[in-house]
Design a protein around this ligand. Sequence first.
Ligand SMILES: [Zn+2]
Length: 482
Amino acid sequence: MAVYDGYEAVIGLEVHAQLQTASKIFCACRVEYGEPPNVLTCPTCLGLPGALPVLNKKAVDYALRLIMAVGGAVNKRSVFARKNYFYPDLPKGYQISQYERPLGQGGAVEFDLPGGGRGRCGINRVHLEEDAGKSLHPDGGEKYTRIDLNRCGAALVEIVTEPEIASPEEAYGYLQSLKLILQYLRICSGDMEKGHLRCDANVSVRPAGQTAFGTRTEVKNMNSFKAVQRALRFEIQRQIRLLRSGGKVSQATLLWDEKQEVAVEMRGKEESEDYRYFPEPDLVSLNVTDDWINHIRDRLPELPDARTRRLVRQYQIRDYDASVLCADCGLADYFEQVMKTYDDAQVAANWIQTEVLALIGETGVRIGDFCVRPAMLAELLGMVSSGEISGRIGKTVLAEMHRTGRTASAIIKDKGLALISDPARLSQVIDDVLRTHTDSVAAYRGGKLELFGFFVGQVMKATRGQADPVVVNDLLKQKLET
Ligand SMILES: [Zn+2]
C-alpha cells in the first residue's frame, strides 16, 4: 500500500464505457459520433410522453462478455430502475439504469503495478444504463447553453470497483488494463477524448494501518488517464493536509479542472436516496438463460494476457515485444496480418514497434487507418530480407509509402532505389572516392586502419545508401591493400 506520510489512500473507480452497438439501448436510433446535433433522436430517446423503451439485446450481449471476461457472476434476473434527477441533457428527468439487481457482480481486473509485478482490483458490479445527452457551452460569449441529444440513450456499462486501489499510479494501471479488455472484447473503443470511456473516482484517506474508511469525496470530469492520475494526487494531498491541520473531510463531489490542476467542489455529494430509485415500470426484468450465457462464453474473444503469451509461443518473439504489440489490439492484429505473407517474426515485430509506431505517432492516425496495409509492409520487409534493398533504404521507402499510399515495389522501381551489387559499377565509385581522399588512403596504408569505415561511408554517400555493403567491403579491402 502506498503510504503518504503516515496516511494511506483508498480509491474506488466508476468507469462508464459506451458500448459499440449500432443502435441505442432502448430505441432504434443510430449511435454515431460527429453527426450534426439532435439528428439521431426519436420520441423514445427524447423522452416524449407515451414513448416506450425496448431493450437492445446486443447491449446485453456486450455487457455479458465483459462480466465473463473479468470473471464476474451473471445475475440471471436483473432489474432496470429509474434514477431520478434533473439535468438539461436528460429530457426524461430520469435515467434508466440498474440499481438493486445489476447484471453482473464480482470478478477482478489484473494490471501492471508501477514498480513491476501485477496488481488486482476486485469488481463490485457491472450494470447497464442509458447515456445522457451533451450540454455544449460555447466560448464565444453566447448567452445560451446548447443541448445535443444524439448521445442520449446510447448504451453504457458502468463498471464499479471495490475500494481496493491504493494510489493514483495503480488507478492508472487499472484503467489501462480495463480499456484493453474492452477493446479486445470489441465492445468499446476506449476513446476517452470522444467520451467513450469516462471515469469518476471515490477517494478517501486514513491513518496508515487503520481499517475504518475515512470520509470520501467523488472526483469527476477527468478527460484522460493522466488527468485521473493528476486529479487523484491532488485530492489525496488535499485531504491529508486538511486532516493534518485538524480539519474534517466533508462528503462532496469535486470537478477536476485540468487547466488549473485543481479539483473544485461542485456540490454536496448525493446519496443514493437522493435519486429515488424505483423499478422501471415500462420494462420487464431482464432474464438471462443458461443457453444465452453459454453462447456468449463459447465465443469470448482472446484477452490481452492470453494473446501476449500466444504471440511469444507461436512466433518466438521476445516477451517484451509481444506485450508492446498486444498493448494495442489493432497493433497485434497488424502484426499477425504481416506474418501471413512474411516469415521473420522478430524483424516484423522490430519494424512495427519502431518505424510503424513512429509514423503513426507523427500523424496521429490509428493503426487500423494506417495506409500502409499489413500486406504492403510484408512486401517491403521481404525485399529487405532478400537483399533487394538495404534496411536503411527500406526505412525511406516506408516513409514514402506512408506519404503516398503506394507499394514498395512501385516506389523502388520509380526511384531506382534497388541495391547496387554490380562489382564493375561499385568499383568505379570506389576508385573515385579513393582518388578524392588520397591523404586518407595514405594514412590508412600507414596503419590507420580505423579509416576503413570512413571509406565505406563515402561510398554509401555517393550511392545514396544503395551500395551493397558486402560487395563494397570486399572491393575496398582489395583496393586498399594493393
Ligand atoms: Zn431514439
